[in-house]
Design a protein around this ligand. Structure first.
Ligand code: DGL
Length: 266
């Protein structure tokens, strides 16, 4: 694939990565709140999904991707993946101490933000659900065990496949109903989406489970802007594109900011 990336020094450069296209749910919010920045999105689809992989493997990939994003001049890196955040953000911060990393975590504090104490579920990948970081977060934010965790084996992969092959929506919908079966009949009022692939199909999840789905992505984007934009910092004009790298077809390509969400565009 042609590498049409040239280092863009006129914008502030922010790297974003995920195992695949899940992090586009974070990028979408970043483009809303921080249109002046230039984004370099790395999709590690040659190694997706991360959910069934070991922490060592995911950490090794996170290091490699970070180096690539640094080569593109990234001044901040958003780990737009709950699984990679759980497995590797501590190691990233130790090994690249000059870099600011912003991660994504299952948004368990949502429980206290909703008006009535309600029954909630948190949906994660297998790796996130088993991780020490998630266990600590849950002990801290949900000491009374109000939130039930469901580790979904297939959903990230299904969303990834649907993005590239959107012609099979009814087959996708059927698989989604099946994947969500363990949550049926439990009367949850809310589901926290603890994997960045899931907000891309938020409407479908809400419809099937008849609940409200909660995504941390807008808060992550807001946090990035707060950390980046200090008083007195000059911002360049908004860019109309961003750069995209897919590890299964290596090389940076430009993408239009209007047209990158495929079947998930509303
Ligand atoms: N989108 C990712 C997450 O937030 C990873 C999903 C996967 O690759 O299993 O967890």
């Amino acid at each position: 694939m042609e590498n049409d990336k040239k280092m863009d020094l006129t914008h502030h450069r922010i790297g974003v990565f995920d195992s695949g296209i899940g992090g586009l749910s974070v990028l979408k919010e970043l483009l809303n709140v921080f249109p002046e920045a230039q984004f370099y999105y790395y999709s590690d689809d040659a190694h997706a999904p991360y959910g069934p992989k070991s922490d060592e493997f995911i950490t090794e990939r996170s290091f490699k991707i970070t180096k690539e994003l640094l080569d593109q001049g990234a001044e901040m890196i958003v780990v737009a993946c709950n699984t990679a955040t759980a497995a590797s953000i501590d190691a990233l911060r130790v090994n690249f101490p000059f870099m600011t990393f912003v991660g994504v975590e299952p948004y368990l504090n949502a429980y206290y933000k909703e008006t009535t104490p309600s029954k909630m579920a948190v949906l994660t990948t297998e790796s996130t659900g088993k991780s020490e970081r998630f266990k600590r977060l849950k002990e801290r934010l949900d000491p009374n065990g109000f939130i039930d965790n469901f580790s979904l084996k297939n959903l990230a992969r299904m969303v990834e496949e649907f993005y590239y092959d959107p012609g099979f929506e009814s087959a996708f919908d059927r698989q989604l109903v099946e994947e969500l079966l363990p949550l049926q009949g439990k009367n949850y009022t809310h589901a926290i989406l603890g994997c960045t692939h899931y907000p891309l199909v938020k409407d479908k999840i809400e419809k099937i489970l008849k609940l409200k789905a909660l995504s941390p992505c807008p808060y992550v984007a807001q946090r990035v802007r707060e950390l980046y934009v200090k008083p007195g910092k000059n911002l360049s004009a908004a860019s109309t594109e961003f750069y995209f790298y897919s590890s299964s077809k290596p090389g940076w390509t430009k993408k239009d900011r209007e047209n990158y969400l495929g079947p998930f565009k509303k």
